[in-house]
Ligand binder design. Structure first.
Ligand code: NAP
Length: 322
């Protein structure tokens, strides 16, 4: 029997063709009220679901009785009911590794942009304010030689740490569920408590996944511990940082700035107080958004799906024993 796959969001023609060679494919480049009923019908028949920015609830699983696998085009999987999927024997596959370096590039772009005030001074030039030589009010902060604190030292944290230590001569400290002796040997990184990290870092970069333990990990108390000259970078998930506390910390000068790729609610509202603050660099969740990396992530998800629906072990799965 030919299995059925539901593909959500835009996929390259080559990836769709690869799926169509083995499965019946229902493709939904966009999901909206207009095609919600057709999507539910397709999901009811589906053995596999593939796509990016999927938000899956237990209720959706009830409506998908044949589902064997979900292949998300992302490494993060906080938007899936993993325990419930495991209980029902549904595999969840993600796309680690292929996006690590690109997401670390995004993190470093934010470090540089926030420290050297790149967007703010770009606007200054464009708006015709560059009339005289630049003086102290427009100075930024050094990145090289400073202390980089990584909250989370997994794949992406380690890639940011390498850029800092090897490219910019930074001292690296990290807090993580488990120590990473190989990175300590490679980069001279030091494992420390979260509080120690917050107190000593010039740049605090968040790279932990969003879980029950990490939700609002960085709140008022954390900002109070940071140096007034410190800059917060978040390239993980918005809710790891308590946004109200971040806004207060920036408005009241507890910290010097922030470079953000992710937010508690996305898309970020145009009237967010964050956007009133010149010391904030705001990106629209583009951590992995390059042509090369998004294509590699989609291919990785397709490979995961193909293996799983053939009854083979997929290259990447979050709940491998489902
Ligand atoms: P990873 O390799 O699994 O790394 C996560 C690290 O966080 C691990 O080292 C883990 O510790 C640590 N950790 C987990 N829970 C913790 C806790 N409660 N306290 C302290 N440390 C904890 O994942 P990754 O590939 O680096 O990706 C990290 C996250 O980045 C993803 O989950 C995703 O949400 C986010 N992300 C965002 C974008 C974007 O577009 N902005 C792109 C890609 C990824 P152990 O090593 O001890 O397990």
């Amino acid at each position: 029997m030919r299995k059925r796959v539901v593909a959500v969001r835009r996929l390259h023609a080559a990836h769709l063709e690869q799926l169509k060679r083995e499965f019946y494919v229902d493709h939904f480049p966009d999901l909206d009220a207009g095609n919600a009923a057709r999507f539910r019908e397709a999901l009811y028949e589906a053995h596999g679901l593939i796509g990016g920015k999927l938000m899956v609830t237990p209720q959706m699983l009830d409506d998908a009785p044949n589902l064997e696998v979900i292949a998300t085009i992302s490494v993060g999987y906080d938007n899936f009911p993993v325990e419930e999927m495991t209980r029902r024997g549904i595999l969840l596959c993600n796309t680690p590794d292929v996006l690590t370096e690109t997401t670390a590039d995004t993190g470093f772009a934010l470090i540089m942009a926030a420290a050297r005030r790149v967007p703010e001074l770009d606007r200054f030039v464009r708006q015709g304010h560059w009339q005289m030589h630049i003086d102290e009010p427009h100075f930024g902060r050094d990145v090289h030689g400073k202390t980089l604190g990584l909250i989370g030292m997994g794949r992406i944290g380690a890639a940011v740490a390498r850029r800092g230590a090897l490219g910019f001569g930074m001292s690296v400290v990290y807090s993580n569920a488990s120590p990473k002796p190989h990175l300590e040997a490679e980069l001279g990184a030091q494992h420390c408590s979260l509080n120690e990290l917050l107190e000593c870092s010039d740049f605090v970069c968040v790279t932990v996944p969003l879980t029950n333990e990490t939700r609002h990990l960085i709140g008022r108390d954390a900002f109070r511990r940071m140096q007034r000259s410190a800059i917060l970078i978040n390239i993980a998930r918005g809710p790891v940082v308590e946004e109200g506390a971040l806004i207060q910390a920036l408005q009241e000068g507890w910290i010097a700035g922030a470079g953000l790729d992710v937010y508690e609610r996305e898309p970020l509202a145009a009237d967010s107080p964050l956007l009133q603050l010149p010391q904030v660099v705001a990106l629209p969740h583009i951590g992995s958004a390059t042509h090369e990396t998004r294509a590699a992530m989609a291919q990785c998800a397709v490979d995961n799906l193909l293996h799983a629906l053939r009854g083979e072990r997929p290259p990447n799965s979050v709940n491998g024993n489902a």
